[in-house]
Design a protein around this ligand. Sequence first.
Ligand code: ASP
Length: 312
Amino acid sequence: MNDTMFFQRDILTSDQFTKAEVGLIIEKARVMRNLVARQGTTDILKGKIMTALFYEPSSRTFGSFIAAMQRLGGGIIPLQGVVYSSVAKGESLPDTVRTFASFSDIIVLRHPTVGASHTAADATDVPVINAGDGPGEHPTQALLDFFTIMDRFGKVDGLTITLVGDLKNGRTVHSLLTLLSLYRPKRVNLVSPSVLPMPAERLQKAKQARIAISETDRLEEVLATTDVLYVTRVQKERFADLDVYERVKHAYVITPETMKHLNKNAILMHPFPRVGEIATEVDSDPRAVYLTRQIPNGMYVRMALLSLILCR
Ligand code: ASP
């Protein structure tokens, strides 16, 4: 295991990681956190340029990639709202990717189509990072979520992890379940409305990895035994029928009352944005780590990835 194993590599899916690679990224993210606390910035990526090519809305992923690159001394081409670029004229993804590959050293792509980052990676030799491909995957979010769990518990093995909400369309839980499957959690509870289950092929993969999985629509049944409660938003933009969305959008809402039933040592996570799934009164509960840990960890993990991919 050495620091050059990610040099010039794409990050497209959580499936690509080994346990050792996840360990290296986490270790590097800790180094980055110390670096930011000590000195704020460095210049190890001076002269390198990152294009952030975002075809879908984003706040945290976009902002933290930009901040990560700048804290490492690199330059950025921030393209959010590609409506102002030639994409609005009908340019294809490979043509856009090839264009920005000729200006930059790495491309971070968010796109509404599952598999778009693979298409982009096939179009260029410049490394591509998948920053969310429709209802597919969000591997860098899974890494920061994993980092947050490791920080709190020092392990994943033996933990009971409960993923709640839109498990069908939520790309963060798809990627996180894959990462968890590298380890030995005691159990993963999948809690969703019956119309929004974890896709069968992802479930199958986790089961093949011999992860103990329970599926239920009753959150209250699993609260007391949960160590990590990971809540997600119902992904309105993926619904063809908005009446269905309206029926399920508030299927699970975490309130101070819910927190009374959650294990005392548990943590409450959410990839954000939240649109009503966690009451703001819960934010001051010490178990709520989405604002205090998860969001800042996003920048450290992305600093880790950028430095591993761009520095030899
Ligand atoms: N921000 C996360 C994502 O891009 C979660 C979400 O949008 O619900 O997938």
